[in-house]
Ligand binder design. Structure first.
Ligand SMILES: Cc1cn([C@H]2C[C@H](O)[C@@H](COP(=O)(O)OP(=O)(O)OP(=O)(O)O)O2)c(=O)[nH]c1=O
Length: 195
């Protein structure tokens, strides 16, 4: 449970990601954190928009089963390049491969957000990010910082990884894992309004 809001949450957040909780805090949405586990393997041939929305819905619906008294939010973020979906790296070699693939190029970050309540609804955010060239020594040093390990595409725009980001077109919060304008829109559909 989220300590500050445990007494009177407006929604549940089906996520282990403290970033998503902090982003919801940022827009003043009191929430209870719900721990759930969902298999994040893409289905063969699955398109990135279908993938992130399927997982966001699966997380929200799993959370709703735990807290049927609350509308429950779930989200999923994936990096997409050359029509390939990059999730979180499985190990060092995987992270270095991802950084090498993204180096000096434009990629897309897809985040799906779902709300499961009496009915389910979802939104999608797609952003384009241009990264500088990341040579192998920098990629190694970045891996050693520990930051890439739990990030889709093995980098964090909000962290040390910012030094690689040359351009962003889209939603900064969406790249971080929870697009706030789209999330506010989703919540407004449930009568939860923020400025
Ligand atoms: C590209 C990028 C991703 N990320 C993060 C957002 C997501 O938390 C993570 C992708 O993994 P997800 O599977 O979307 O989420 P998660 O496993 O962290 O949390 P949950 O329990 O909700 O499933 O990568 C950043 O924080 N910064 C970035 O710049």
């Amino acid at each position: 449970m989220h300590d500050r809001y445990a007494a009177d949450p407006l929604i549940g957040l089906a996520s282990q990601s403290l970033r998503r909780s902090a982003l919801l805090d940022q827009i003043g949405v009191a929430h209870a954190i719900i721990r759930i586990a969902v298999d994040e393997q893409p289905v063969a041939g699955e398109q990135p928009d279908d993938y992130v929305i399927r997982l966001a819905l699966a997380k929200a619906e799993a959370g709703r089963r735990v807290r049927p008294d609350l509308p429950v939010l779930g989200a999923d973020t994936a990096v997409v390049i050359d029509s390939r979906i990059l999730g979180k790296p499985t190990d060092r070699a995987d992270a270095l491969r991802m950084l090498d693939t993204l180096s000096g190029r434009v990629h897309e970050v897809y985040t799906g957000v779902a709300l499961a309540g009496t009915a389910s609804d979802h939104v999608l955010s797609v952003s384009r990010v241009t990264l500088d060239t990341i040579d192998p020594a920098r990629a190694e040093a970045y891996w050693a910082s520990g930051e890439p390990v739990d990030k889709a595409g093995a980098y964090a725009i909000q962290g040390l990884g910012a030094v690689f980001v040359r351009h962003l077109a889209g939603s900064y919060s969406g790249v971080m894992g929870l697009p706030l304008a789209e999330t506010a829109e989703l919540l407004a559909g449930y009568g939860i309004r923020r400025p």
